[in-house]
Design a protein around this ligand. Structure first.
Ligand code: NAP
Length: 340
């Protein structure tokens, strides 16, 4: 097998206890072989860092296997095909795939999706048109469907899922959309850019009291990305027959002791509320429908998105730590190299 080029990748050096540190990661240089029959070689230009990756760093059973110690990390990425032995995916195509955290990826063409850059710029395919946008869509149409006139509450509302979810709730007929985020710059952005009616700063006082003030008659739908105090406040505020989508629990991802859960779950029983978990991987059938809608909303300006971009593979670990700590507005992305 002859070598095509040398390339760098980021590996899991040690399983973190609590918050990952620089020692969690190591960089390595590897040989990239010529593609075998049916394979392509991709020069990655963008990669995603996502909160769920923290769970894959633990050696614990989950819906997706743990990262392997000493092996390259994985995740969504986008790049340009530079070598191909597949008629379906030619050299020059831009593809999305799952071998991020490396400059070049060798994979079966069947595991790559050719993206249409006429529809949206490359980075959008890892954000609003990627799994975070789809998560918002599936959560608010399937898991906790928004109905005309609903009061909707979204947590981590300035983030990738949340910023799309707030605007989507409105498009689905919500009468009042409330978001929570950390700090005044983000709450201002919720109101000025992402079209929320009310913005709660969870670092400024008890969230349940803030939510009760913003929604004195309660909420109908809650998209939970945070868990802990946010879920407790939502269970307290949910109206009879309300719906809660359990999407994430980022407040506990780095915790070394269990994060206290809601102590008021019986309130959900009394109010006959639905709390339903969701995994975006079970909703990939919605991708064509969602991309069709979202691409036209991006084009007409009625869906506003932001990215926080960090440059260079070496900065990817910091970008990942940043997304867990709120350093991002909108989607946190790593730009590996501009397309040539
Ligand atoms: P994101 O919201 O862009 O980034 C995570 C955000 O979480 C940070 O920006 C930070 O914003 C917030 N955060 C961190 N610690 C917090 C805390 N203690 N309390 C409140 N907020 C906190 O990330 P994303 O990719 O869009 O994901 C959002 C959530 O959805 C995550 O929980 C993720 O795991 C989940 N998710 C689930 C699925 C699924 O299939 N179920 C798919 C995609 C994502 P602040 O500055 O506002 O604190």
């Amino acid at each position: 097998m002859s070598t095509l080029l040398r390339s760098r990748e980021i590996r899991l050096a040690a399983r973190p206890v609590g918050e990952p540190t620089a020692a969690t990661f190591e960089s390595a240089t590897v040989d990239i072989p010529e593609p075998a029959d049916g394979q392509i070689v991709v020069r990655n230009t963008w990669m995603s860092v996502d909160p769920y990756m923290r769970g894959r760093m633990d050696d614990a059973p989950s819906y997706i296997p743990p990262f392997v110690l000493g092996a390259a990390l994985e995740g969504s990425a986008l790049g340009e095909v530079i070598a191909s032995r597949s008629a379906a995916v030619p050299v020059g195509a831009t593809v999305s795939h799952f071998l991020g955290w490396r400059e070049h990826a060798v994979l079966d063409a069947a595991d790559a999706t050719v993206v249409d850059l006429a529809l949206a710029p490359p980075e959008a395919w890892l954000g609003p048109l990627g799994t975070t946008g789809l998560t918002a869509y599936a959560a608010l149409t399937r898991t906790a469907p928004v109905r005309e006139g609903d009061v909707v509450f979204v947590s981590a509302a300035a983030g990738a899922v949340g910023s799309v979810a707030g605007q989507l709730a409105r498009k689905l007929g919500a009468s009042h959309v409330i978001g929570s985020a950390g700090g005044p710059a983000k709450t201002k952005k919720l109101l000025d850019t992402f079209g929320f009616d009310a913005a709660l700063d969870y670092r400024q006082g008890a969230l349940d009291q803030q939510l009760a003030q913003a929604a004195p008659d309660g909420i109908d739908v809650y998209l939970d990305s945070v868990g802990g105090d946010h879920l407790q406040a939502a269970v307290g505020a949910v109206r009879t027959g309300g719906r809660i989508a359990l999407v994430g629990a980022v407040s506990g991802y780095n915790a070394t002791t269990p994060v206290p859960g809601p102590d008021n779950l019986y309130r959900a029983a009394i109010k006959e509320a639905t709390l339903r978990g969701m995994l975006v991987t079970s909703h990939f059938d919605l991708f064509p429908e969602w991309i069709g809608k979202a691409a036209s909303w991006l084009a007409d300006g009625s869906l506003r998105t932001e990215q926080t971009v960090v440059d260079g593979l070496d900065q990817a670990p910091d970008a990942f730590l940043g997304v867990l700590n709120g350093a991002n507005t909108g989607k946190m992305l790593v730009r590996l190299e501009a397309a040539r």
